[in-house]
Design a protein. Structure first.
Length: 128
């Protein structure tokens, strides 16, 4: 093995380590840069219909225009769909969400549940 081959291998290792470090830093920034949310906002067909505080445990059945029913559960500062009558149940299998920008979507019912911060003013406050 010549000197040039050793330099190439060393440079390849250095490049791989640098790329791994950059990827790890980006993942940490992405994960820890998210802010905990204050509200679970319910949108049906793009229109906000309700807003529930994440600091209050509750369970509510959401009815949509096409006879859809989704049960929104808020517990421990997280929101999730506990039950649904849609055919694929993707929304009910989604993990609980609690950080600003996270969403749960039920396409058959045209339902979106998204997490927002208190500074995102507006909408209907159903928590009162």
């Amino acid at each position: 093995m010549g000197t040039n081959d050793r330099k190439k291998i060393r440079n390849d290792i250095i490049l791989a380590v640098v790329l791994l470090a950059v990827a790890a830093a980006a993942m940490l920034f992405w994960h820890f840069g998210k802010v905990e949310g204050d509200f679970a906002v319910v949108l049906i067909d793009g229109v906000e219909t309700a807003r529930y505080a994440l600091d209050t445990d509750t369970e509510v059945v959401i009815h949509t225009d096409n006879a859809g029913e989704n049960t929104l559960v808020i517990a421990g500062g997280k929101a999730y769909v506990g039950a649904a009558n849609c055919p694929d149940l993707v929304c009910a299998g989604h993990r609980a969400i609690s950080r600003v920008g996270e969403t749960i979507v039920c396409l058959p019912h045209k339902l979106v549940i998204k997490i927002t911060a208190a500074s995102d003013a507006g909408g209907v406050d159903m928590a009162a």
